[in-house]
Ligand binder design. Structure first.
Ligand code: 13P
Ligand code: 13P
Ligand code: MG
Ligand code: MG
Ligand code: MG
Ligand code: MG
Length: 381
């Protein structure tokens, strides 16, 4: 069976500010998704939230970009938006940026990560397991560093030295500034490792779109790398990306995939999407209520049976005391960075901020600049 994993997520409203969706919103999404399973559109699905973003994790056989699956997600988000509006919640329908997308919702606001594979539980995949990362309050390149380290650096993934992975992985890197369409370059790790790093260092422009095994041609990773402001032309909330990562066997093990997140690396995001702050790993369904509006990321793990159904339970990777240490470190890094307030590296560069109200503040001041009379060059006699 050719199986597709689709994760489609959106922020469509939240309680008490941009913290979390309401219970009734979650129920509205779950209701639509349950109907789609009953109707045979989906094989299975799981709904959770990270901060104020709701993610629908689905298995089906309709392929990537299926208009039926995408329309189902859109319908579920519309149902939750209507609940959010009735309840007077903050940012109702925030990520639904077009009126009614025909078919595929990619480019319409919701984040989309999808990948497909032959699912027969034999050969290189006697068992199929994968993880879903979902982030809130952060920019689209938030996974650039951790996924690079897990799939290209044996200091983080010693498994790369083993025969199934020693040829490395192919990185598909997308230029998120190209509004004409998806513009992608394919580079091989380890040979092109420095070239990959040269692009991925710019989290706001370049993102990992997918990662593919060079030995087996199997896709390992898919990320929702797109810019909301490239769609809306202005700041409408942060991108808050999702990623699907298959693990074990011919791919890194879960512990190798999550270990780079121990860095709590700095990403663009946080309050008003304007600061540079550490990414804190949290359990699923965590609201954003800590000080500063810290960027957060969750990680859920699933196994898939022969019919494409999820195991009856899931693994919440960051819901473990081991991550308390990292959370404390993230908070310490946050306090240090925010002690610098608005100055220099503590906030995103103007090129990012100009999609929000900062552009209006600065451009109104720019009009008032005048050449300093005493510094004017002497007119030639
Ligand atoms: P188990 O013996 O618990 O399966 O662990 C094996 C392993 O390789 C972990 O990476
Ligand atoms: P969201 O994209 O999660 O709504 O965050 C936006 C924001 O600006 C937080 O201050
Ligand atoms: Mg929000
Ligand atoms: Mg959000
Ligand atoms: Mg957002
Ligand atoms: Mg075991």
């Amino acid at each position: 069976m050719r199986l597709t994993l689709s994760v489609i997520k959106a922020d469509i409203g939240s309680v008490g500010g941009h913290t979390k969706p309401s219970t009734r919103m979650m129920a509205a999404v779950e209701g639509e998704v349950a109907k789609a399973i009953c109707d045979g559109l989906l094989i299975d699905a799981f709904v959770c939230h990270t901060g104020d973003d709701i993610a629908i994790i689905m298995t089906h056989t309709r392929g990537e970009g299926s208009s039926e699956v995408h329309q189902l997600a859109w319908k579920a988000f519309l149902a939750a938006t209507s609940v959010a509006k009735t309840s007077g919640l903050y940012g109702a329908g925030q990520d639904l940026l077009v009126d009614a997308p025909s078919g595929n919702v990619r480019g319409a606001g919701p984040g989309v990560a999808e990948l497909s594979f032959d699912h027969n539980l034999s050969g290189t995949r006697p068992a199929e397991s994968f993880m879903v990362f979902a982030a809130d309050k952060c920019g689209p390149g938030a996974y650039n560093l951790p996924l690079y380290l897990a799939f290209a650096d044996p200091m983080y993934c010693a498994g790369l030295m083993l025969p199934p992975m020693i040829k490395g992985f192919r990185f598909h890197v997308i230029d998120m500034d190209n509004t004409a369409g998806d513009s992608v370059i394919e580079l091989d790790a380890p040979a092109d490792g420095y070239h990959i790093a040269a692009l991925l260092r710019d989290n706001e422009r370049f993102g990992i779109d997918r990662i593919v095994s060079r030995t087996h041609g199997e896709v390992a990773v898919a990320v929702s790398a797109q810019r909301l402001h490239a769609i809306a032309g202005k700041y409408t909330g942060k991108d808050d990306p999702v990623a699907i990562v298959r693990n074990q066997g011919i791919f890194p093990a879960p512990e190798e995939i999550v270990s780079p997140f121990a860095k709590a690396h700095f990403v663009g995001g946080d309050a008003r999407g304007s600061h540079v702050m550490p990414l804190m790993p949290v359990p699923i369904n965590t609201p954003v209520t800590g000080m500063y509006c810290l960027p957060i990321v969750s990680c859920t793990g699933f196994s898939i049976d022969k019919d494409g159904r999820f195991s009856e339970s899931f693994t919440d990777f960051f819901d473990n005391p081991a991550w308390d240490e990292v959370r404390r470190r993230a908070q310490r890094k946050a306090i240090e960075m925010r002690s610098q307030g608005w100055s220099g590296a503590a906030m995103l560069p103007y090129s990012e901020l100009e999609y929000g109200g900062f552009r209006d503040t600065v451009s109104s001041l720019l009009k008032r600049f005048q050449m300093h009379k005493e510094h004017k060059p002497e007119a030639a006699e």
